[in-house]
Design a protein around this ligand. Sequence first.
Ligand SMILES: Nc1ncnc2c1ncn2[C@@H]1O[C@H](COP(=O)(O)OP(=O)(O)OP(=O)(O)O)[C@@H](O)[C@H]1O
Length: 302
Amino acid sequence: MIKVEQVSKSLGGRRIVEDVSLWIKDGEVAGLLGPNGAGKTTMIRLMNGVITPDHGSIHINGYSASKHGKQIRQLAGVMTESAGLYPDMTARENLDFFARLYGVEIPRVRIGQLLEQFRLESYGNKLVGEYSTGMKKRLAIAKALLHQPKLLYLDEPTNGLDPDGIREMMLYLRQLNRQEGTTIIICSHVLYQLEEVCGSFLFLDQGRIVESGTLGELEQRYAGEVVLRVETGLAASSSLLPAMYQPRETRVGEIEFTLPGKEEISDLLRLLLLHSWVHHVQIANRSLESIYFEVRRRVHEQ
Ligand SMILES: Nc1ncnc2c1ncn2[C@@H]1O[C@H](COP(=O)(O)OP(=O)(O)OP(=O)(O)O)[C@@H](O)[C@H]1O
């Protein structure tokens, strides 16, 4: 369990993290969101015991991040944006170096497993400096997993990956969480990817946690009206449609409605089906992205 209590941190004479408290349960996948410079990477560095808080405390499975940095790094794997790989060493040499640092038993076997798992067996003896971005990302996550950590911190894990690589990475993270129960903290700006994999979200803004919760909780707090898009044979101008839901055509064959809440969806669909077909229905304003912008709007209004 990660327990952060009233943590503040200044760097270069400036307050970067301000009075942050958060709790992340074992086995949870949590998304850390926020604009550039919000303090996400700094929070990861604090939670991993790389830097120490000026005020407050951080405990990971009971270990204090200030006093037991070594034990915490044994528990946790980190994949940063820069990955911390040595370009003039081969993948095997890199993994071997870090495996020894983590005290991995029989590193050769573990390295073999990971190279195979991340489809890098044929490139194990190639210099990392000659790797593509996707290969480097795969190697970086292999490096983070060398010591089979219970906790994984990922900073922009899909940055630079092609669509196949992104799908593979997200699938792998879900598997890791389900099969091994690994707790995962992900920082990312790619909100639809976070939405796919995270069970809860923390919003950082100027070093402060300004919002947190599951998608369901955030929906309840932020999404009032429902914007519903329906692919149907009816025209938006049809007198059969209830004017109070403001039907408007978004593209040929698709009408958008604004409903006061989710409760009205079934009745509206029943009415549409009475007169025509319905092929697709989508709530357009309940994504993590729309909530993110709403959180930002409210924070900056204050
Ligand atoms: N060692 C440091 N010395 C001084 N300032 C720092 C240091 N590290 C980070 N900062 C500053 O702290 C702020 C937060 O940085 P951080 O990297 O934590 O943000 P972030 O939310 O991860 O941003 P991004 O989304 O761009 O990765 C930035 O303004 C950054 O310039």
